[in-house]
Design a protein around this ligand. Structure first.
Ligand SMILES: Cc1cc2nc3c(=O)[nH]c(=O)nc-3n(C[C@H](O)[C@H](O)[C@H](O)COP(=O)(O)O)c2cc1C
Ligand code: SF4
Length: 704
């Protein structure tokens, strides 16, 4: 079953008075796209795009905050001010225009923020508490805090109703509400602590206040963990009993989650990524759904349509969240409904979206650069139509950058030939996908290969392209996407070291003593450590940084840290590798402390170095002199392809009108002159990331 209207995923469903056109939801998540706490332009475009893509319900405002003493921890929407109302209204109106309903998650973060941001007010929790992830010491909420916060909830609810939202969801999970209900976090001796009835007093009071603040037909739901999965936590029986009380007080749906979020490890397990089983909480949902009278919504690692369909069809849930799946492809529902399931860009579970909030300030999908950049980049190439002139495009290299260029150029109607030296596609992604943990990454390059082929790109493997090979094809445009090679030149004696690719592509000898030196801070050294340790090598991790793999965020590092602990891999931080020399029975590595300048040596059988890559740029340099643009990129056009295309289209129309010309005026960014235009993209430019490589390729491919 795929495109048929009887697809259970595409059947309508009502929560109270709100009728949803299908069962697919984007659950609350904060991508940090706010502007000073307001859901302004970028935020709105992001959700409107999902609405265009067909989602039934989009929940905005992951953790939108109600009080001054719940300062934004990750770009949250600020519901503590009336200023937010017109922004909500504009967003709601535009989302509604596309047939999608929109609700918002409302919360007081409790201890899950910082004492040193916003108004610098002390954080509160039910009792004194320091949440491991955010590390703030929160005070015990006093009587006047409780009254104030309940009022704040009511005011926030009034604002979201005035802002035209179709409903709200109270965030229980890991925030202030949880801290009151949880016997683990609530040690109060007043009427808000002790018995379940007392622990429920605060949430029930705020729920009553919220219900009183909104119209009767306004939907109010709750998002809560229905099994905390820890011995001293709430299990599903406890959680169902609590939920029943909320339902008595007007809760109309439950968004079921599992586990906890208070630490990096807990959050990574609660929002699991690649290398973990699909749909881990569906049975929990089934139990909850059987026990309660309200609709059950659930999202956790349901990344593909068949699993989502099963969840609905089999009665586990009423509504299915496919949140990261729609960060990866906001047109998932439209493609499903049109019978184009193969075209859905897969969510590979890299969790770069979450980690990017802390690493680069806002959510970015590892392989959808248009998400969060809707103003400057299109989600659907097809909606742009064909380029005004079909050009002959030659792409060298079938890594993520080259494949993205092939996909986009082919979809724009260009005549595309891709040349790849090896016998397969994928480049560094294919190497990374050799890690058991990260094998799903292969979806990034498989999807692009399939899409490029489907749109007519000629993919030629086992062709080592030089200048002549490229010029023989008489290109109008050449993309050099030849990637990079590991750079191991970090110390004296570098000729004795191995690189991380060697580890990923060769058998490992058990029992060998290996020093893995990480001066990149990314995944590759961790993958090498894990592969070596699993194969029985004695591994030591060393890095000049203060933390292990400094750029691997909190969603992805826990699995590696666990593996390192399980295999007894010690780490030597703040140590720089300065020399490797041969000895009678192996190698001697000298490390110098970054702060004390003290030197130590360690005897090993092998040293593995990760220091990023050096660009494979011979071909680019060879082609540069003969190109029309000398490899130059117009950065003003590059950073805003949609704006550039719009400006060109306007200029073309004006020029046509002025000249009363019959023939079409070209609108490509390039002058119509003989010769070829040359661009290099991805790591052929400099060592970066998969996202950066694909972003380069998409931007340039739209402009030719
Ligand atoms: C970037 C990002 C931010 C998120 N922020 C929140 C949040 O503020 N509140 C919340 O309840 N869930 C948040 N989530 C969790 C999602 O709502 C959802 O539960 C999770 O992504 C699992 O569903 P999925 O596998 O369909 O993506 C966030 C998820 C992502 C990817
Ligand atoms: S970054 Fe990874 S997990 Fe997040 S949406 Fe993209 S593919 Fe999915």
């Amino acid at each position: 079953m795929s495109s048929h209207a009887s697809d259970p995923l595409l059947t309508p469903f009502s929560i109270g008075s709100v009728r949803l056109r299908n069962r697919i939801v984007s659950t609350s998540h904060e991508p940090a796209y706010t502007d000073n706490g307001m859901p302004a332009e970028r935020y709105r475009r992001y959700h409107v795009e999902k609405a265009r893509g067909g989602v039934g319900l989009t929940m905005i405002g992951g953790s939108a905050i109600v009080s001054r003493d719940s300062p934004a921890a990750f770009g949250n929407i600020d519901l503590s001010t009336d200023e937010v109302v017109p922004w909500l209204r504009k967003l709601a109106d535009e989302v509604h225009d596309h047939g999608t309903k929109v609700m918002i998650q409302v919360t007081h973060l409790g201890a899950r923020s910082s004492n040193f941001t916003g108004d610098w007010l002390p954080l509160v929790s039910a009792s004194r508490y320091r949440e491991p992830a955010h590390r703030a010491f929160a005070k015990e909420a006093e009587d006047w805090d409780i009254e104030r916060i309940i009022d704040d909830y009511a005011s926030a609810a009034r604002r979201v109703a005035a802002g035209g939202m179709d409903g709200l969801e109270l965030q229980h999970w890991g925030h202030l509400m949880d801290s009151f209900v949880s016997p683990r976090l609530n040690h109060r001796e007043d009427e808000y602590g002790g018995s379940l009835e007392n622990r429920l007093r605060f949430p029930l009071r705020l729920l009553d206040a919220v219900r009183a603040a909104v119209p009767d037909d306004f939907v109010v739901g709750v998002r809560m963990s229905m099994d905390e999965l820890r011995e001293d936590g709430l299990d599903s029986d406890d959680a169902i009993a609590i939920l029943q009380r909320y339902i008595e007080h007007g809760v109309q749906f439950v968004s079921v989650t599992g586990g906890r979020i208070e630490s990096d490890r807990a959050l990574a397990e609660a929002i699991p990524g690649m290398g973990t089983p699909s749909a881990p909480f569906l049975e929990l949902c089934r139990t909850v759904r059987a026990a309660v009278s309200v609709p059950v919504l659930h999202a956790t690692r349901i990344a593909d349509v068949p699993t989502a369909r099963h969840a609905v069809d089999d009665g586990c849930v009423d509504l299915i969240g496919m949140t990261r799946a729609q960060i990866a492809d906001p047109y998932l529902v439209e493609k499903l409904a049109a019978g184009e399931e193969d075209d859905i860009r897969p969510c590979v579970g890299a969790n770069a979206c979450l980690d990017a909030i802390y690493v680069s300030g806002s959510a970015h999908c590892i392989h959808n650069p248009a998400t969060g950049r809707e103003e400057t980049l299109p989600q659907r190439i097809r909606t742009l139509g064909l380029a005004r002139r079909s050009r002959r495009v030659v792409i060298v290299g079938a890594g993520p950058a080259g494949l993205e260029a092939a996909r986009v150029c082919a979809m724009r109607g260009h005549d595309v030939t891709l040349l790849e030296a090896s016998d397969r596609h994928g480049g560094q992604v294919a190497i990374a996908a050799r890690s058991e943990r990260r094998r799903d990454l292969i979806g990034i390059v498989d999807w692009r290969l399939q899409q490029a082929r489907k749109n007519g790109a000629d993919m030629r493997f086992n062709v080592l392209a030089d200048e002549d090979t490229v010029l023989d094809l008489e290109p109008d445009v050449v993309f050099v996407a030849t990637g990079g090679m590991p750079n191991t030149e970090v110390c004296a004696g570098a000729e004795h070291v191995l690189d991380v690719w060697d580890v990923m592509t060769s058998p490992v000898v058990a029992g060998q003593r290996v020093l893995v030196y990480d001066d990149n801070g990314s995944y590759s050294a961790l993958d090498a450590v894990e592969r070596l340790a699993r194969a029985g090598a004695e591994v030591v991790y060393a890095s000049p940084e203060r933390t292990i793999a400094v750029d691997v965020g909190s969603m992805n590092s826990p699995a590696y840290l666990r593996s390192m602990a399980e295999h007894g891999v010690p780490s030597r931080l703040t140590e720089r590798l300065i020399a490797v020399e041969e000895t009678d029975d192996g190698l001697r590595a000298t490390l110098r402390n970054e702060y004390a300048d003290t030197e130590t040596t360690t005897d090993v059988d092998a040293v593995v170095v990760d220091n990023g890559t050096l660009p494979n740029d011979e071909l680019y340099r060879a082609l540069k002199a003969g190109s029309r643009n000398g490899g130059a990129i117009d950065y003003d056009a590059f950073v805003d392809p949609l704006g550039t295309l719009r400006a060109q289209a306007t200029a073309a129309v004006t020029a046509t009108a002025d000249a009363e010309a019959e023939e079409e005026v070209p609108v490509g960014s390039l002058p119509d002159a003989p010769g070829y235009e040359l661009f290099r993209i991805g790591d052929a430019t400099t060592s970066r990331s998969v996202h950066a490589a694909i972003l380069d390729a998409l931007r340039l491919s739209l402009l030719i």
